[in-house]
Design a binder for this molecule. Structure first.
Ligand SMILES: NC(=O)c1ccc[n+]([C@@H]2O[C@H](COP(=O)([O-])OP(=O)(O)OC[C@H]3O[C@@H](n4cnc5c(N)ncnc54)[C@H](OP(=O)(O)O)[C@@H]3O)[C@@H](O)[C@H]2O)c1
Length: 531
């Protein structure tokens, strides 16, 4: 109590007089409540300031993130830390972005084989989405020489669906042509580079060549038509009825309406086909290619193509078919680089190529934009406008029904089944057949590993059929052929051994068999009269 009094007394004395001038009784009555209110306000403000991010807290920005595979509804607009450029990077304020099929492949984690190779098996390894962007340089690292604050740029960078991105200055980023809007510029990177590299690098396009673009009205297609024209080719664009006029208007010499005409049945022959759709077999494409013609596969398959997708199965088919035909089957995996972006910028600056924009969405509406793109009928590009003033629409936790939880379970199950299918099952069946053989032929040595191999080949044949999307009848035929061969192999028919060995299409099996089975064959020949 005594301590408290010693604290209050000087305070009371201070309030009795200010700067030595004594206060009146009336003034003293009002001073106390004023001091109390000011102190409370001070305390409240400092507490509030301690709670909110102050000038020391890291700056924030809005970005699209996702933590589970699924439909576009798993995407959320969240506040995350704003990136800081290092010495070699530029910080770009994103003004526009654009969506590509790649974005829904990442969101859904399909085809599943891509999860194993790149995306992350059970959950996305990278939780940010988007690649194409255009914007304004806000800051540069101290070693950056190509750009300065205020430059307008376009480029490709993972995580482009955000208010800011940092980019290494020597990566895929170039100055935006002045005659393009930010939306047009953001439409360029993936789609236009794909079209350019497909036609120029894989297709070896030449002036005067007859070039067909399958899927001419989409993101890649609208650039491909214009780029092929800039190379001096005679261009045919394949698209649906409503887009024939648009494809002609951007430069195609002919437009084929795929709802009315199947171009693979026509008499026309092409030097180069750029395939963005993957809806015909290699043999069908071959039938309309000139003898030295080239088919460049760019894409194909939709969200329902879950397991392998055209892009993974077609190289196997091409490998099998190529030795027997004169045409070339090429696959393209586009690579974003500043050199090609520069070439495209020049083409756009010269007015030879102009991005075609179908729709525009805001950053918070990216799920809708992706949903639209997934339908597979975009007319050119779907652009995203990044408006810093738009209301922050933070999604609550995603709709459980839209999260793809079956995918990971199915994938793990499939992987386990494949491992068991191609290893343990053949061993089990081989042992059973061997026991049966030994019961019937006491004293004779069985073909234990040979049997294992033949069953493995049988399963491999069926697997190949599935990968090649061969259809039910082809699969059954393949299965029956391998089963018959495996049966005759078990009967120790040497011709079945040779046929199975060749049809295994497996060089390791060829070597093992030529060593192991030759011994068994020699034993057979010694023990029994030649078959
Ligand atoms: N390999 C790579 O590096 C790479 C790079 C980029 C893109 N891609 C792939 O390339 C493909 C195309 O990409 P995109 O951005 O152009 O896709 P997109 O913008 O969604 O365009 C799809 C287009 O396909 C057309 N189409 C649909 N069915 C057709 C049919 N039966 N015949 C002809 N055209 C048909 C649609 O035209 P209608 O509306 O007239 O039907 C639509 O314009 C995708 O599979 C994508 O994954 C690959």
């Amino acid at each position: 109590m005594r301590g408290m009094a010693s604290l209050v007394q000087p305070l009371a004395a201070m309030i009795d007089s200010i700067d030595g001038v004594p206060l009146t009784v009336e003034a003293r009555r009002w001073l106390w409540p004023i001091v109390a209110i000011c102190t409370a306000a001070l305390l409240f403000t400092s507490a509030a300031l301690a709670q909110t991010p102050g000038s020391n807290a890291a700056p924030r920005m809005k970005a699209i993130v996702y933590h589970n595979y699924g439909s576009p509804d798993v995407l959320r607009l969240e506040e995350i830390e704003k990136p800081v450029p290092n010495d070699h990077q530029v910080l770009v304020r994103v003004r526009a972005a654009s969506v590509n099929p790649l974005d829904w492949h990442y969101t859904r984690g399909t085809p599943y084989i891509a999860r194993v190779i790149a995306f992350g098996l059970l959950k996305p390894e990278v939780t940010r989405l988007g690649v194409d962007y255009a914007g304004t340089v806000e800051a540069v690292g101290k070693n950056v020489t190509r750009f300065k604050p205020g430059d307008e740029v376009l480029g490709g960078r993972t995580g482009a669906f955000a208010e800011y991105v940092t980019v290494l200055e020597d990566r895929a980023v170039v100055l935006k042509p002045a005659n393009l809007t930010f939306e047009q510029a953001a439409s360029v990177p993936i789609a236009a580079i794909t079209a350019l590299q497909g036609l120029r690098d894989k297709g070896k396009i030449q002036p005067g060549q007859k070039v067909l673009i399958n899927g001419a009205s989409g993101g890649v297609g609208t650039f491909a038509v214009q780029i092929a024209k800039s190379f001096g080719a005679d261009v045919t664009g394949v698209c649906s009825t409503r887009n024939v006029g648009m494809v002609r208007s951007i430069g195609a010499d002919q437009g084929i309406d795929y709802t009315r005409e199947d171009f693979t049945k026509s008499d026309q022959r092409y030097d180069l086909i750029l395939d963005n759709v993957g809806n015909h077999s290699l043999l069908e494409y071959r039938s309309v290619l000139k003898p030295k013609g080239i088919l460049v596969t760019v894409g194909g398959g939709g969200p329902d193509d879950r397991w392998f997708g055209t892009f993974f199965s077609r190289p196997i088919k091409a490998l099998i078919l190529s030795p027997f035909v004169s045409q070339k089957f090429e696959m393209l995996l586009a690579e974003l680089n500043k050199e090609d972006l520069g070439i495209l910028s020049d083409l756009m600056q010269a007015g030879k190529v102009k991005p075609v924009i179908d729709r525009r969405y805001s950053l918070s509406k990216i799920p809708e934009a992706l949903g639209y793109l997934e339908k597979g009928h975009a007319r050119g590009k779907v652009a995203i406008t990044v408006d810093p003033n738009q209301a922050l629409l933070l999604h609550s936790s995603p709709d459980v029904s839209s999260v793809n939880t079956i995918g990971p379970v199915l994938i793990v199950l499939a992987l386990v089944t494949i491992v068991i299918g191609v290893t343990i099952v053949p061993i089990g069946v081989a042992f059973a057949l061997n026991r049966r053989f030994q019961r019937r032929n006491p004293g004779k040595r069985p073909y234990r590993w040979g049997l294992y191999f033949s069953i493995l080949s049988f399963l491999g044949g069926i697997g190949l059929g599935i990968i090649l999307d061969s259809g039910g009848s082809a699969l059954i035929t393949c299965g029956v052929i391998y089963a018959v061969l495996a049966w005759f192999f078990a009967q120790r028919r040497h011709w079945a051994w040779i046929a199975l060995t060749i049809l295994s299409l497996n060089p390791v099996a060829w070597i093992i068999n030529s060593i192991y089975l030759r011994k068994r064959w020699a034993e057979d020949s010694a023990a029994t009269p030649a078959i």
